[in-house]
Design a protein around this ligand. Structure first.
Ligand SMILES: *[C@@H]1O[C@H](CO)[C@@H](O)[C@H](O)[C@H]1NC(C)=O
Length: 411
């Protein structure tokens, strides 16, 4: 019903502007303004304007528009959203100013907020609510009996964030308005404009080009209990999307690159200790990135974020690679040991050839040397096969892991 007043007010605003052009309007406007002013003054001195305005036991109707003008901070660890919002609140004020309507453009005047009843709106999720600028002490009193108050608020609200797809995530945060003392029988809150307009205007007002992009602001109205009392609630659902580029460049690509380096380190000669120290360096580099990640992501997440899985699986893969290198090195060393043992015996046999007693033992000695060399070759071969088999398994694991992860992550 009061919405009709609002609409008629908006539509008549244009005709009023035109009629302002009438030449004799100045004095009429002044007279109307003065008499309306005196009328309101009388109401204020009798303290009638302190009471909640309503008709016939109906609830008071309050209309709210909230525009998000900037997103100051999104704290994943504390699960809070800090925004700057412009709040337009309009309500039926019950002051019969429409009697002063005439053609000459008198439509509103401004009065001190303190002298009138104002809706006591609270924000359910609020952790901290401040005025973004100095609060305006005034109200607009329109002759279609509504009052309008405009505030800029700096809000910090609790927001449950789902970081499963971090940094390719979209968050939805609620900002819920309700009256502090009035139940749903006494005060009803409705959105003033549609979701489309609020989103459009917010994007228009949105100044900063930060990490977050504003996708949608969707108001909805329903009843709900707050601490045992049934209140009328107005929920603004704010949907924001992260721009992931920074995290892709700083974490995802470096970690992937370390993995690629780890794969190519297969081609470093396995006999040297170089390969091992190279791989350990890679492991350390990844653990530095894990530390950075640890600063961003909350430990309370019920589903482990995919980026955490990504980093720790790659960390483990490189760790397993190091174990494998150690084993292969061990096998190689074992082979080399056998061979040098065999060579030593052979040279000993060759130098002792003059000894006639030893001559008879040349044959069985050479057979033993053959065995030693064979077993040395055997260990080297085992090492090679292990290395190649591991490499193939490693590549397959990486491909399967990355494709499964990528499918979950980007979709
Ligand atoms: C946000 O509000 C919607 C209703 O508009 C509700 O369905 C949803 O559960 C709320 N989310 C949170 C986290 O409270």
């Amino acid at each position: 019903m009061y919405l009709l007043w609002l609409i008629s007010f908006l539509s008549s605003a244009e005709t009023l502007n035109v009629s302002k052009l009438k030449p004799d309007c100045d004095s009429v406007y002044r007279e109307t303004y003065t008499s309306a002013f005196e009328f309101v003054l009388k109401l204020v001195t009798s303290k009638e304007t302190y009471m909640r305005p309503f008709i016939d036991g109906l609830p008071s109707f309050v209309y709210v528009d909230m525009y998000v003008t900037s997103i100051a901070d999104v704290n994943e660890k504390a699960q809070t959203l800090s925004t700057q919002v412009k709040l337009v609140t309009a309500w039926f004020n019950g002051i019969p100013l429409w009697e002063y309507y005439e053609e000459c453009g008198f439509e509103l005047f401004h009065a001190n907020k303190e002298l009138f009843w104002t809706p006591d709106l609270l924000i359910k999720e609020s952790i901290k609510t401040d005025y973004g600028t100095t609060p305006s002490p005034y109200l607009q009193l329109h002759i279609w009996p509504i009052s309008v108050s405009i505030d800029i608020l700096a809000l910090t609200t609790a927001c449950r964030m789902d970081l499963y797809k971090f940094p390719f995530d979209t968050q939805t945060c609620n900002i819920t308005f309700h009256s502090a003392v009035h139940t749903s029988k006494e005060l009803v809150i409705h959105p003033l404009s549609e979701a489309k307009f609020i989103t459009q205007d917010s994007k228009h007002l949105f100044e900063a080009q930060g990490e977050w992009e504003l996708l949608l602001i969707n108001p909805s109205n329903f009843n709900g209990t707050v601490l045992g009392n049934l209140h009328d609630l107005l929920v603004y659902q704010i949907t924001i999307k992260r721009r992931p580029l920074l995290y892709v460049i700083n974490i995802i690509i470096p970690v992937f690159f370390f993995l690629v380096l780890d794969v190519t380190s297969f081609f470093i000669d396995a006999n040297g200790a170089d390969k091992l120290s190279f791989k350990v360096t890679l492991l350390l580099a990844i653990s530095v990135l894990l530390l950075i990640l640890n600063d961003t992501l909350p430990s309370t997440a019920d589903k482990l974020p995919l980026i955490g899985i990504y980093c720790s699986v790659i960390f483990s893969l490189i760790g397993i690679g190091i174990l494998e290198t150690i084993i292969v090195n061990y096998l190689m060393a074992k082979g080399a040991e056998r061979r040098s043992a065999a060579l030593m015996e052979k040279t000993a046999a060759v130098t002792g050839r003059d000894d006639s007693v030893r001559n008879q033992q040349i044959l069985p000695d050479s057979i033993r040397d053959e065995n030693e060399i064979n077993s040395s070759l055997y260990w080297v071969r085992v090492a090679r096969v292990t290395d190649v088999a591991f490499f193939i398994l490693y590549i397959i694991t990486i491909i399967v892991f990355l494709s499964v992860l990528g499918k979950n992550w980007i979709s």
